[in-house]
Design a protein around this ligand. Structure first.
Ligand code: HEM
Length: 441
């Protein structure tokens, strides 16, 4: 098979390049009130978005990504034949897919933070910088330009950050496991996973299932683009801590590790099942170097089959389905203040994860993982129960921890993560941004 040559100079940097650590980030949503202004915005943005071919950004230390919702493409006046060529999930939007995604009860779209999930969200701009000072000065410059423009309205902003220790709100090191992608030259975080074909993540290239998968038309619009799903996920940190404390079947840290599949340091249970190993957790060369079956854990005595990382990427485990067609590029950034250590009562503050999926297939990647792997357990032969960390449990969920001579079953698992909103977006290539700017329809 010929190796893939990716047009890196046309792909937005945010798709393929890993982010710096630590960093500050912001998501800003815009509504396009006038088509002409929307097109002008695309033109201006095309000069500040870095390509994946360049190690530096056109706006100093700040990295900008631009994505559009389906409503945004309509607002820009993209022709109907082209709109119809986008994936049906994208056309419907995330709120309309609530049932598949498990967004019910407190997570249902009617309760989402406004304007998330509404037809007003058109453009999603993300800016990433090494710290808040750099980010703010870039945002100040952007604000001056934006204020001169009529016909574009900023309607929402969410600031977020990745801490120096890379820990998310529950206290686990995040951002460890990423798939290797053919043609990017980026090293794999798991040397035991063969690089995936580029078309799994970037449109217009062969993927794991086909040599010429379909992509949005015309080619200049679709090629080198990706789909993005971002979700604002509120984390109930105090409830999580209380659950660990009140459940006496395991010491707190071990129970948390069993639910995640990794210790808080990031060290995987697959490689150190009995105790945390912070040196291993911090070692990017070793902390993702494992499989499950090959590491003698088909049953899940070390890493439970239902733990978060084993569900999200079952690696070589025996499951119904093919793991390689359900992988994703993942960017997670925390928002809100940390809950001080030891606090067990909710302080009423909003905190959690701005989760972002990047891939070429919203249906067989993001939605499949969310519905079949996160919120169901049939794929690994489980009887009941959602992901114990991020699943849509209604309080009746259970979580099995294989153990000799008898497994431990945790009943009545509460819901620790609530969806506050989200959007499906299309992340166009740099050439596509120019094409959108030059539309005349
Ligand atoms: C607030 C919710 C969530 C939290 C706190 C969370 C936290 C984590 C942590 C700490 C890791 C282990 C570190 C790493 O491998 O980077 C991880 C891995 C992962 N998570 Fe999540 N996550 C959340 C939601 C999600 C969602 C919604 C998805 C997808 C639909 C997802 C997909 C993944 C994947 C694919 C991995 C890597 C698995 C591997 O390759 O081993 N996570 N997550």
């Amino acid at each position: 098979m010929a190796s893939t040559v990716l047009e890196l100079d046309d792909i937005q940097s945010g798709v393929l390049r890993p982010r710096p650590t630590p960093y500050a980030a912001t998501y800003v949503l815009f509504r396009i009130d006038e088509r002409k202004a929307g097109r002008e915005l695309m033109g201006r943005l095309s000069s500040v978005v870095a390509s994946a071919a360049h190690p530096t950004s056109p706006v100093a230390d700040t990295w900008v990504s631009v994505a559009l919702t389906f409503q945004g493409l309509i607002a820009l006046g993209v022709p109907k034949a082209s709109l119809d060529s986008f994936s049906p999930q994208f056309q419907q939007g995330m709120a309309a897919r609530a049932k598949v995604l498990g967004d019910s009860g407190e997570s249902r779209p009617e309760r989402w933070e406004k304007p998330l999930g509404s037809s007003e969200v058109h453009v999603v701009i993300t800016a990433v910088a090494p710290d808040t000072e750099h980010l703010e000065s870039a945002m100040e410059r952007a604000r001056k330009i934006y204020q001169e423009m009529r016909g574009i309205t900023a309607i929402w902003r969410q600031d977020c950050h990745v801490r120096p220790d890379e820990k998310e709100a529950f206290g686990f090191k995040d951002g460890i496991g990423h798939p290797a992608i053919e043609g990017t030259g980026l090293p794999s975080t798991n040397p035991r996973e063969r690089p995936l074909r580029a078309g799994e993540f970037v449109l217009g290239y062969p993927d794991e299932m086909a040599d010429s998968p379909s992509m949005p038309q015309p080619e200049i619009l679709g090629r080198n683009g990706s789909y993005v799903a971002f979700r604002k996920l509120h984390q109930r940190v105090a409830a999580f801590r209380r659950y660990l404390k009140e459940n006496t079947s395991y010491p707190e840290e071990l129970l948390a590790a069993k639910m995640m599949g990794r210790w808080s340091s990031g060290a995987p249970l697959a490689l150190c099942p009995m105790h945390d190993d912070p040196a291993l957790g911090a070692d990017a060369g070793r902390n993702n170097d494992f499989l499950f079956k090959q590491n003698d854990d088909a049953i899940g005595y070390k890493t439970p089959l239902g733990s978060h990382i084993r569900r999200m990427n079952p690696r070589d485990a025996d499951i119904a389905g093919v793991v390689r067609i359900h992988r994703m590029i993942r960017r997670g950034t925390s928002y809100g203040p940390s809950l001080p250590e030891g606090v067990m009562e909710d302080d009423g503050m909003e905190r959690g994860l701005m989760f972002a999926f990047v891939g070429a297939h919203l249906g067989r990647q993001f939605e499949f993982i969310q519905s079949e792997w996160m919120n169901d357990s049939a794929f690994f032969g489980g009887t009941a129960g959602e992901d114990p960390i991020a699943g849509a449990s209604d309080g009746t969920g259970s979580f099995d921890i294989p153990k000799r001579p008898l497994r431990v079953r945790l009943q009545g698992l509460p819901q620790f993560v609530v969806t506050r909103g989200g959007e499906y977006c299309f992340l166009p290539s740099l050439r596509a941004l120019h094409w959108l700017a030059d539309l005349t329809t």
